[in-house]
Ligand binder design. Structure first.
Ligand SMILES: Nc1ncnc2c1ncn2[C@@H]1O[C@H](COP(=O)(O)OP(=O)(O)O)[C@@H](O)[C@H]1O
Ligand SMILES: [Mg+2]
Length: 243
């Protein structure tokens, strides 16, 4: 029914001669929310940087539509523009909320900037702060600006790296709702990295556990969180894994 957006085959990443990621195979399906969980240092952010084409695999291939990674050549701009990442700690421009969200549209030469920016700021509950300097915002508001900046360019894929770590429950709830709505209403494919099992369970259609750079299990959410195949997944979702 659904087709893969990404197909990873034999993907490894080596840093300073240390193998930090080793994924035999992984498909991310179009329109899904894929939850990637795992302890700190297991390679989650490394995998996201590969999916964002910020870095290339050391060996193996990532297929993305008609494009296949080539370890000697960065992905073309047209490919990279279809994917956007939101980091745990947003780096905002030293300008207004509006200016931050408009920036990517300026780069793309969009001709309906104001309209698009206001629509997205409404979506994240920040339209009343459009002319506020971004640096004066709370952490939760900053993260919503980062999300707005990502959403406004209507990417095919949104990569979220621990997007709600250290935020208050109110902002966590808002961001989870924005992410779920985006997936449901626009069909945006989302890869959500989190070490919060409860968040992954609330949002993901499928989930994967990464341990020491290896995918231990990938299953439908109903199975992954309730009746996983691997004892290590069971321990992780029960919160029993020491890390
Ligand atoms: N640019 C880099 N250079 C060297 N080592 C790195 C680099 N990025 C990540 N690593 C190492 O790779 C491993 C996985 O890191 P990371 O992907 O950030 O894990 P996670 O996001 O799951 O916490 C860690 O041991 C980390 O120190
Ligand atoms: Mg990380």
């Amino acid at each position: 029914m659904s087709e893969p957006v990404y197909r990873l085959e034999g993907v490894t990443k080596v840093y300073n001669s240390r193998l930090v990621l080793n994924i035999e195979a992984l498909d991310i399906m179009r329109g899904e929310v894929f939850g990637l969980v795992g302890p700190s240092g297991s390679g989650k952010s490394t995998l996201l940087r590969l999916l964002d084409f910020l870095e290339l695999p050391t060996t193996g291939q990532i297929r993305f539509g008609d494009y296949v990674t080539d370890s000697n050549r960065m992905a073309p701009l047209g490919v990279r523009r279809r994917v956007t990442m939101v980091f745990q700690r947003p780096v905002l421009l030293n300008t207004t909320v509006f200016g931050n969200v408009a920036y990517g549209l300026h780069l793309r030469g969009d001709d309906q900037i104001a309209q698009r920016v206001h629509r997205v700021l409404e979506q994240v509950g920040l339209d009343s702060l459009a002319s506020t300097p971004a640096r004066t915002l709370s952490g939760g508001e900053m993260q919503r600006v980062a999300l707005a900046r990502a959403i406004v360019i209507e990417p095919a894929v949104l990569l979220l790296d621990e997007p709600t770590a250290n935020l208050d429950p109110y902002n966590v709830g808002l961001i989870e709702r924005i992410v779920a709505d985006l997936n449901r209403e626009r069909g945006t494919t989302i890869v959500l990295v989190t070490h919060n099992v409860f968040q992954a369970k609330r949002l993901a259609h499928r989930a994967g556990l990464l341990l020491d750079g290896r995918l231990i299990e990938v299953s439908e959410a109903g199975k992954f969180f309730i009746d996983p195949s691997d004892p290590r997944t069971a321990a992780f979702v029960r919160g029993e894994m020491v890390y």
